[in-house]
Design a protein around this ligand. Structure first.
Ligand SMILES: Nc1ncnc2c1ncn2[C@@H]1O[C@H](COP(=O)(O)OP(=O)(O)OP(=O)(O)O)[C@@H](O)[C@H]1O
Length: 241
């Protein structure tokens, strides 16, 4: 584990999106929406291709500035990490990708390799530490991205379709890692197309359609008693862009 100390779960700042919209060259890609996320929930963002899921993630994480509205954290911005569908890894070994993130987080030199090796072990990559990260398989790269996020000890973890290109075993490894983060007290915000995955992982569901937030409800209610025609159609597999 990292040297950083985890705060009590209740202390993770709430995330508030107020009237947040995104426009590009006169085209509204995300209509102004309100969303508040608090506590240590696993929020799954769903919707058909082009619905605006990735945009929402990037706006919430601060990678994009909204065209309207405000993204704010209650009190202070939390420690955050983001895992993408195609991991962005440095052109160095698996181990060096991890020691690098520890270095920029200020971990003392002598602690970096042991912590990085512990994370490689946890994510089933111990035998691959010397391998260049960019030649790892898709599933291995995703586990390395998760190991890197683990070392950041994020209070909030954003995952943008982290399993879209993976086989069933690799999907299971990612889902199990998401469970580990959650148990450690990390709030999860994740996009997926996979309804079964959302049933397995979600505490609450955000449904986007055509750049609009159409429903945000607890997962149990979303699946058993969807409130909107779009959610009903999406669950039946009928909602396409
Ligand atoms: N930075 C950007 N500038 C301009 N257009 C963008 C930008 N990011 C996304 N878009 C457009 O906004 C729309 C929504 O994109 P987004 O990637 O959020 O969809 P998505 O719901 O994640 O879809 P998918 O399931 O296919 O990944 C798309 O039409 C996309 O081309």
């Amino acid at each position: 584990m990292n040297d950083m100390r985890r705060l009590p779960m209740a202390a993770i700042p709430s995330l508030a999106l107020e009237g947040v919209g995104f426009t590009h060259r006169g085209q509204t890609l995300l209509h102004p929406l309100d969303l508040r996320l608090a506590g240590c929930q696993r929020t799954l963002v769903m919707g058909p291709n082009g619905a605006g899921k990735s945009l929402l993630m990037r706006l919430a994480h601060g990678l994009l500035a909204p065209s309207s509205g405000r993204v704010s954290w209650e009190g202070r911005p939390p420690r955050q990490a983001m895992v993408f569908q195609r991991p962005v890894l440095l052109k160095r070994s698996a181990l060096a990708n991890l020691t690098y993130v520890l270095a920029i987080n200020g971990t003392p030199y002598r602690r970096r390799k042991p912590l990085a090796r512990e994370a490689l072990e946890r994510f089933g990559l111990a035998t691959l530490e010397k391998r260049p990260a960019r030649v790892l398989s898709g599933g291995e790269q995703q586990r390395l991205a998760l190991a890197r996020a683990w070392l950041v000890d994020p209070e909030v973890l954003f995952l943008d379709e982290p399993t879209a290109a993976l086989d069933p075993a690799a999907i299971q490894a990612v889902e199990s890692a998401v469970g580990d983060f959650h148990r450690r007290g990390t709030r999860i915000l994740m996009t997926t197309h996979d309804l079964q995955q959302a049933r397995r992982l979600a505490d609450d569901i955000v449904l986007l359609f055509g750049g609009r937030l159409v429903e945000h409800s607890p997962a149990e209610r979303f699946f058993s008693d969807p409130q909107t025609p779009e959610a009903r159609a999406f669950i039946r597999g009928e909602l396409v862009w």
